[in-house]
Ligand binder design. Structure first.
Ligand SMILES: [Fe+2]
Ligand SMILES: [Fe+2]
Length: 183
């Protein structure tokens, strides 16, 4: 975690309750349950959409920091929308990805503990950044700096999540059959 954000320390209980629309948590088209490969694809697609948002917000934040550049309105609003979207994404992962991570192999519980810890830390970070965004005393340039730190951390977190929890072999639909052919 970047020093700027780590230095803030832990924040208290979450005051931030994102609007978890039922439709945002829709899983599939009536079939049940989702297969591990479908869950994997859904999470990876979400990550791509989140990366697009990060690119957009990064551009806005750079403009906000430029000494003589235009002061872009909307950085705080874009960042808040990103935090809401992330909260929904993480909620979806907690609900659908955790159960398949638990069942994937003999290391399921260890993996889920690590996954849950990562999400706990990310939520603390998001809560902290949200408070900064809402603080009217923070100049736009300072907010932009924190948003840029956040963007870098989120990119890192998503890459780590993909390598530790979203591998094709880990989230395969038929582990026994595949093992027979690959071992
Ligand atoms: Fe996650
Ligand atoms: Fe994720």
């Amino acid at each position: 975690m970047a020093p700027l954000l780590r230095a803030s320390g832990r924040v208290g209980p979450l005051a931030w309750e994102p609007d978890l629309h039922a439709e945002a948590l829709e899983t599939h088209d009536g079939r049940s349950p989702m297969r591990p490969s479908e869950i994997r694809r859904r999470v990876l697609a979400d990550h791509e959409e989140l990366r697009d948002r990060l690119n957009r917000i990064e551009r806005l934040a750079h403009r906000a920091r430029a000494p003589h550049g235009p002061s872009p309105s909307g950085l705080r609003g874009e960042a808040e929308a990103l935090l809401d979207r992330l909260a929904i994404h993480m909620h979806w992962e907690d609900r659908y990805l955790i159960p398949v991570l638990r069942e994937a192999d003999g290391w399921g519980e260890v993996r889920v503990d690590r996954f849950a810890r990562d999400h706990r830390e990310q939520r603390e970070l998001l809560e902290y950044v949200l408070r900064e965004l809402h603080d009217p005393r923070r100049p736009e340039g300072v907010v932009a700096g924190k948003v840029l730190d956040l963007v870098a951390l989120l990119r890192e977190d998503m890459a780590e999540e993909e390598s530790a929890f979203l591998g094709q072999r880990l989230l395969r639909d038929d582990p026994v059959a595949i093992d027979l052919f690959t071992s």
